[in-house]
Design a protein around this ligand. Structure first.
Ligand code: GUN
Length: 287
């Protein structure tokens, strides 16, 4: 079998056309959707991610503000900036790029962002809303994965789904979203005794561990749908996912590539959350 590719670039481009229209419509009513991004330190990957997020905002007609702090920044300064942005009516989304330097308590920083501007969906209030199936901001990467499954017409209801990875950013929210969509969900992680045993039954596999090519074709059920969240840089500078694309695409029915799969969808869902936040403000003003 040769798997069909779920093209993240194509889906992202299609969704972003609608964003430009929505942003322009809001601008006509006096609201320019605005995302504030805080970057602390000089992690090269974080710098690339932030640059890409800001460029994507600009292309969709979303204003962006960038606040940079050195590696040895005082957490109080960053918390002060967050308080200022929380109070600023013209800012609809606040994002603090992770990871933060070690002098920071990352949880405290994420909790300081007002839940109504937490476009990353990392605040406890939004995490709780997701767990209880109430409306709130959904973390961008797992939300992007769900959009990819939807666009490919994958039947999630009743499916056996295996999520590999239990991070707060991807694994846990991904499992909750799949569960809410009616899948039977297993979360595997570094302590799982026999990953292959779980994967053998999986109709849907989401790999989010950060280990290059750890999921190979021989571990998959024939016809499985494979979503690869991993972005790993190899010694030769090339990017690869957590899934061994060559062997997995021989067994799977649908697969997301790296690059060009989940990556562009993560940023797309960030733009979607920022627009949602701005639209909510507009609605409140009109009420
Ligand atoms: N670092 C890695 N992924 C993310 C993300 O989705 N949001 C933020 N803020 N930082 C990250």
């Amino acid at each position: 079998m040769s798997a069909r590719i779920i093209d993240g670039n194509a889906l992202a481009a299609q969704m972003r056309t609608d964003f430009t229209t929505r942003a322009a419509a809001m601008a006509q009513q006096g609201i320019t959707p605005c995302l504030a991004v805080i970057l602390v330190g000089s992690d090269p990957a974080s710098q690339v991610y932030v640059r890409n997020k800001i460029a994507a905002c600009e292309k969709s007609g979303i204003k962006s503000l960038k606040f940079e702090y050195p590696q040895d920044a005082n957490p109080a300064d960053v918390l002060g900036k967050i308080a200022e942005l929380n109070a600023d009516q013209s800012v609809h989304g606040i994002l603090v790029q992770l990871p933060l330097p070690r002098q920071f308590d990352a949880d405290a920083v994420l909790e300081a962002i007002h839940a109504s501007k937490d476009v990353d969906g990392f605040h406890a209030e939004n995490v709780g809303a997701l767990a209880q199936g109430r409306p709130g901001f959904i973390p961008c990467t797992p939300n992007g994965c769900m959009e990819m499954l939807k666009s490919a017409g994958v039947q999630v209801k009743g499916a056996e789904a295996v999520v590999i990875g239990r991070s707060n950013i991807v694994g846990k929210p991904m499992a909750l979203l799949l569960l809410q969509a009616g899948a039977t969900v297993t979360v595997c992680h570094s302590q799982t005794r026999d990953l292959a045993e779980h994967l053998r039954r999986a109709d849907i596999v989401v790999a989010a561990v950060g280990k290059p090519r750890m999921v190979t074709g021989d571990m998959l059920k024939p016809g499985a749908v494979v979503v690869d969240v991993g972005i790993n840089r190899l010694d030769d500078g090339k990017l690869c996912g957590d899934v061994d694309f060559a062997s997995a695409s021989e067994v799977a029915s649908l697969i997301t590539p790296v690059p060009g799969g989940v990556g562009p969808m993560t940023i797309t869902m960030l733009l979607a959350n920022t627009l949602q936040s701005a639209e909510r403000q507009l609605k409140a003003r009109q009420a």
